[in-house]
Design a binder for this molecule. Structure first.
Ligand code: PLP
Length: 258
């Protein structure tokens, strides 16, 4: 009898630079010893500085891919990144409900280079349909403010009660996009004192750090770690990839995941 390797299913966009999106997810999941399954939600035109264009993959094609994988593979966790339109959000919600495995959502609303990646209908579909149904949400501070609909200069802590009230079980707000000599990440859960993590801010800027973190945590959950262990070890592994980040273009560095 064959023993199938446990898999993590990544539903993410393709970044040809290989810093963010599905490249990041595949490398981060494989580095944790799990097999990555990759379903590509969108093709992008971008370089290491910014995104220029996004072309969404038709949801019918994604459904066919998912049906094959679900029937064939041992899927232990799901990582969701860039989604192209509200129809893909509905598909992701149904997938999470069907599989009943941990699902980590890295809500991609804007590229680090500044390009807007979610129109208002996509943003509200993510907020209303997906946020309440995932095991862990990993926005950066700016994304958390947008999803919580608080002022752009509000303290990141102000987002937590709003997002948790929506039904989000675990919220990890990352502070890589905030100022300060330390990057401060905070894990919020309903009824529990927030847990704060602090990492030395490295001198460079990075492309794909958020995807790397969310995928590493999803893989740790798939491997059987509890949420606390997965969040802690996912962050320390991601920090190590930033310490050995590489330049592949003229813009931001990409995490050194292998
Ligand atoms: N392209 C894709 C496909 C992504 O998924 C993301 C972020 O998740 C980006 C680009 C932007 O990445 P960053 O903000 O790290 O530059």
């Amino acid at each position: 009898m064959s023993i199938r390797r446990p898999c993590v299913l990544s539903l993410s966009g393709h970044d040809p630079v290989g810093g963010a999106g599905i490249h990041a997810d595949i490398e981060a999941i494989a580095a944790q010893g799990l097999h990555p399954l990759s379903v590509i939600t969108a093709l992008t035109v971008q370089d290491s500085r910014n995104v220029a264009r996004v072309e969404t993959v038709p949801p019918g094609l994604l459904s066919e891919q998912l049906a094959r994988l679900e029937a064939d593979c041992d899927i232990r966790a799901i990582k969701i990144g860039l989604l192209g339109d509200p129809a893909q959000v509905a598909l992701a919600v149904a997938l999470v409900a069907r599989l009943g495995v941990p699902a980590v959502l890295d809500p991609v609303l804007r590229a680090g280079g500044g390009r807007e990646l979610a129109g208002s209908s996509l943003e509200s579909a993510i907020r209303e349909q997906l946020v309440p149904n995932v095991s862990l949400l990993t926005p950066n501070a700016a994304e958390a403010r947008r999803l919580a609909q608080v002022a752009p200069d509000a303290d990141a802590d102000a987002c937590a009660p709003v997002l948790l009230a929506r039904g989000c079980a675990n919220l990890l707000i990352t502070g890589g996009d905030e100022p300060g000599a330390q990057v401060r990440n905070t894990w919020y859960r309903p009824g529990v004192v927030p847990r704060r993590y602090s990492w030395p801010r490295l001198p460079e800027t990075f492309h794909g750090a958020g995807c790397t973190l969310a995928s590493a945590i999803a893989a740790r959950l798939a491997a059987g770690d509890d949420m606390e262990t997965a969040i802690t070890s996912g962050q320390s592994w991601t920090q190590s990839t930033l310490e050995r980040a590489i330049a592949v273009g003229h813009g931001r560095r990409i995490p050194g995941r292998h």
